[in-house]
Design a protein around this ligand. Structure first.
Ligand code: PLP
Length: 410
């Protein structure tokens, strides 16, 4: 553009736009099912009690606000490695990779930051630019990777008309892609559908990954939200570690976030880990990650990462309280999911898919028209793809919501 006045108006962010409209609505029965952030049974955001405890310890003990390293502190990196790859001593392959210095971990600006850093990194060093993402996927995936210079393309994942995974087409569409493409895999609680692959289905997908020499890029934003226990939700990571140790897979990358499972949303605390072929490769990759991050934001923020360090530091004894806090959050989500299901009219619509879905969302299968009708007639706010963030549901509004849904599907 030659003049600032020629800059066109950008479309509003779909999810944040919903919250704005919700805030303006005067209806006291209004419900916000847009934003993917946890609310308690009274509709309020929370701070995990274990996180509050960690903050007290931090406040009492911290004596400086110096910069951390470009890729975060060693303590944070080791905490993440221990949590995700050693998996509390259960993952012998992950432990071996840690001991052989074959995992490079960097603190990033939450999950989004880790996706962007790996996107930039792959664009700089990986010859293949095509990145396969499930259809549908979190809308920001496509935006992040396009801006990083990669070429996102969809693979089949879900069949909305059947409210189910479309596994046959998933395999077919992956198999038809060029060798060496990058493939994005949701570790658990697929966003937006809440439908994950079974271990047997993962085996079939990983066979295609090996055959086609795909580069697996795993996004794990909801670790813990499938089972309530983060150590149980990482079957995919453990299997990938096994394939690397068996030399059937050379490398993969993992983007991870503490936004949801520690409730650290605005603290922007997450990580990228790259599994490498050797300790020497790790050194080079770490140096290049630093070179990439330094001119963007120099180093990540420290408040959230210090909370994570304290929670995983055995001397503070907070790990179990955090696991309990998380289990409680996931337990409430599962309770409202079943309550919603109980109150829905199964005579006009089959709602069984709700019971198969996991995580923060239900993917209702409602059409855009039905979602708009819910908004206009009942002040129920959700994205037009029919995704409901169920933490907006509680004992006080579940019947109102179910009734509104029953009316619009009639
Ligand atoms: N990946 C997925 C699938 C998500 O749903 C989200 C957040 O909604 C993220 C990554 C990144 O979240 P954050 O940047 O807050 O860690």
């Amino acid at each position: 553009v030659r003049k600032w006045s020629e800059i066109p108006l950008a479309p509003p962010d779909k999810i944040l736009g919903i919250s704005e409209a919700y805030n303006k609505d005067a209806n006291t029965s209004k419900i916000n099912l847009g934003v993917g952030a946890y609310r308690d049974n009274s509709g309020k955001p929370i701070i995990f009690p274990s996180v509050k405890e960690a903050e007290k310890i931090l406040l009492a003990s911290e004596v400086e606000k110096e910069y951390t390293g470009i890729t975060g502190s060693k303590k944070f990196q080791n905490a993440v490695k221990g949590f995700v790859f050693n998996n509390s001593g259960k993952d012998v392959n992950g432990q071996q990779l840690i001991e052989q210095n074959r995992i490079v971990t960097a603190q990033t600006i939450s999950g989004t930051g880790s996706l962007r850093v790996i996107g930039d990194f792959l664009n700089r060093f990986y010859t293949n630019k095509k990145l396969l993402v499930p259809k549908p996927t979190w809308a920001n995936h496509v935006a992040v990777f396009k801006d990083a210079g990669l070429e996102p393309e969809f693979y089949a994942y879900y069949e909305t008309s059947k409210n189910d995974l479309d596994f046959a087409n998933l395999k077919k569409s992956l198999s038809s892609q060029p060798d060496g493409s990058i493939v994005l895999l949701h570790a658990c609680c697929h966003n937006p559908t809440g439908m994950d692959l079974t271990p047997e289905q993962w085996e079939e997908v990983l066979a295609i990954v090996q055959e086609k020499n795909f580069y697996p890029l795993v996004d794990m934003a909801y670790q813990g939200f499938a089972s309530g226990n983060p150590y149980k939700d990482i079957g995919l990571i453990r299997r990938l570690n096994e394939l690397v140790v068996q030399n059937k897979l050379k490398s993969y990358a993992l983007c991870q976030s503490f936004a949801k499972n520690m409730g650290l949303y605005g603290e922007r605390t997450g990580s990228i880990s790259i599994i490498t072929e050797s300790a020497e490769a790790s050194q080079a990759i770490e140096s290049q990650l630093k070179k990439l991050i330094r001119p963007i934001y120099s180093s990540p923020p420290i408040h959230g990462s210090k909370i994570v360090e304290i929670i995983f530091d055995e001397q503070h004894n907070l790990l179990n309280s955090w696991l309990q806090d998380l289990d409680k959050v996931v337990g409430r989500l599962n309770t409202v999911r079943s309550k919603l299901y109980e109150n829905l009219d199964k005579s006009s619509y089959n709602w069984d898919h709700l019971l198969k879905q996991r995580g923060m969302f239900v993917y209702t299968g409602l059409s855009a028209e039905q979602v708009i009708k819910l908004r206009n007639d009942y002040s129920v706010y959700a994205t037009e793809d029919g995704r409901f963030s169920i933490s907006g549901i509680n004992d006080n509004n579940v019947e109102y919501l179910a009734n509104a849904i029953n009316e619009v599907v009639k």
